[in-house]
Design a binder for this molecule. Sequence first.
Ligand code: SF4
Length: 436
Amino acid sequence: MTARNDLKTYYIETWGCQMNDLDTQRLSGQLKLRGYRRVSSEHEAGLILLNTCSVREKSEQKMFSELGRLRAAKERGATIGICGCVAQQEGEAILARAPHVDFVMGPGHVGYIDEILKGTTRIAVEFPDDRRYDFVSIDRPSAVRAQVTVVEGCNKNCTFCIVPTTRGREVSRPLRDIVAECEHAVSTGRVEIELLGQTVNAYACPESGGDFASLLSAVARIPGVLRVRFMTSHPAEVTAPMIAAMRDHENICRYIHLPVQSGSSAVLRRMKRLYSREKFLAIVCELREAMPEIRFSTDVIVGFPGETDDDFAGTLSLLEQVRFGAIYAFKYSERPGTASLRLGGPVDDAVSTERLNRVFELQARIERETLEGFVGRVVPVLFEGVSRNDAAICSGKTEDSWTVNFIRPEHPPTGALIGVRIDHAKHHSLFGEAVT
Ligand code: SF4
């Protein structure tokens, strides 16, 4: 293989979760540091990276079909690299199936791009002991928000999930490194920090043993941080100190993404989710008692092996009960090497599809009612820039991530928190007028 520094343009396509988005930002930043220029089309790129996701079979199939298409890019001399979770999971098999791929690199190697660029490493899928993390170079797409990894990997063993295989065991970053990264982000104008981890609230500082609550407080206290978010919380890791930290710092968003996956305790047991329906609802209650205005979003899987009509009815009733602002719902997808494969086949596809549609229908109603519930209220909105469709309209986000478009005679500085009176609820957004 020749050195890969002759065509210094790159294109990255990203699938999957926010951890993958952040890995793309890290890769992009490192490439820019090394003199590469990002382009928006693969046709102009000397280096093409696919940052892949393996949580569902569909994204994996998509990657292999993209690879077929990229043969033409290879013929014109481009270098093709596969990163992310499918790279980790499939490793050598990708090179065997698509020999035009130049390298395969798992998520643990995002900090080690030099070895890859030299052209000496074709496959990098082991988990390095030292996860190199250069936060100064991260190529952050948002002028107001910085995503910050606090823990990589996952020690849970949910029976449907491939993440512990593709991202390895939990490794928390030292609290002082995280705070330094957040301070650096603030010094570059970012006012919202989003702490990321597959199980973010399992965070444990490797130096002091400090827990997620102490991390939340430390980040919330950084001068200039107007909002702190975090994703994804595991219900079994929600603790009283975590709730207290959220309650005690006004700049921690009154919003939590708390994946329930199913409303049936029997299914949750087979998923090894480590909580029951009752326990999940009790956690929701505790959070609401501490912060009555808190809002929730969640993930749901339908058609898990053995899911009965009654189990599914439990999921619908839980969604009605909690009234999540947003949900991410999917049909169960068999993943290689996961324990759920031993629990029998998935529910018949037509039944799963029908269940998924019922979840979407119910959620569409709840979402509409949630958005209508904003009308007439004044809510804090973080101004991010002008609306894509009309430069006269300002645009920003509520604490629970709804987009708000609003009118204000003078545009505020980017990153300002503005009080907006909501006048209309639209399909997936809100519209109003600034009152501050
Ligand atoms: S908590 Fe469960 S679903 Fe989430 S990443 Fe870990 S194993 Fe996967």
